[in-house]
Design a protein around this ligand. Structure first.
Ligand code: BTN
Length: 239
């Protein structure tokens, strides 16, 4: 069967040190780089996280990965849910314990964050899928403020093996059928059944019921009403 396009990671541009792999991938988009192109780095000086946060990792111990996807179509409607599923599978394939997903797109082991995803997009033209996956970071190598909340695959896991596993998993999950993505996200959902609060686009609190068909987070409020949160500007707080 002929393939629609080369898989993720073809070509790959690796840097020992770069400001941000997402930033470099965006430049490559402007230069006309093909879908599937990936930028990786051993270290970033200005790694970007969600909500304008900074993303840091000790050199050579995390997978710092940005992939170009273009063009975007209706098949990519649930991309923000599909990507953490790929990351979770890749992490497990190289030795992580069972991974959960925390809406919209963090990957957790237990109560700790293993990986974050930052998707920057100009629909319908392109998306840059940024992934920061902690692979071999020792507990005392995280900055003090993350020591209670972050984790790493550990156990001698290898960044290159994680790279290969992530490319393979993205090939399967990006563009997967909506029903397949939703079923797997619900199976791994780390927030379902938990009390949360949120700020940003309005604020409130309630009990998480799960994700709806559009990938929004459905929360039951104290008065019994339901609300659906979009990922855009919502900041979650966990009880
Ligand atoms: C989050 O805040 O959880 C998302 C973090 C995403 C970090 C990754 S590291 C590789 C890529 N390049 C960046 O500048 N950010 C993403």
């Amino acid at each position: 069967m002929s393939r629609e396009r080369p898989g993720f990671g073809e070509p790959r541009y690796h840097h020992e040190l770069i400001d941000s792999t997402n930033e470099r991938a965006r430049e490559l988009v402007e230069e006309g780089a093909a879908s599937g192109t990936v930028v990786t780095a051993a270290e970033q000086s200005a790694g970007r996280g969600r909500h304008g946060r900074h993303w840091t990792a000790p050199a050579g111990k995390a997978l710092l990965f940005s992939a170009i996807l273009r063009p975007l179509s209706i098949r990519h409607r649930l991309l923000p849910l599909a990507v953490p599923l790929a990351v979770a599978e890749a992490a497990e394939a190289v030795g992580a314990g069972e991974c959960g997903v925390k809406w919209p797109n963090d990957v957790w082991i237990g109560e700790r964050k293993l990986a974050g995803v930052l998707i920057e997009a100009r629909p319908p033209e392109w998306a840059v899928i940024g992934v920061g996956l902690n692979v071999a970071i020792g507990p005392d190598e995280f900055p003090q403020e993350l020591r209670d909340t972050a984790t790493s695959i550990g156990g001698g896991a290898d960044v290159e093996a994680a790279f290969a596993a992530l490319c393979e998993a993205l090939d399967r999950w990006v563009g997967a059928e909506d029903d397949t993505v939703l079923a797997e996200f619900r199976r791994r959902d780390a927030l379902a059944g938990r009390e949360i609060g949120w700020t940003g686009a309005g604020e409130g609190s309630g009990l998480v019921e799960g994700v709806d068909a559009d990938g929004n987070l459905v929360v039951r409020l104290a008065d019994g009403d339901r609300t659906a949160l979009g990922s855009g500007e919502v900041h979650l707080k966990l009880d």
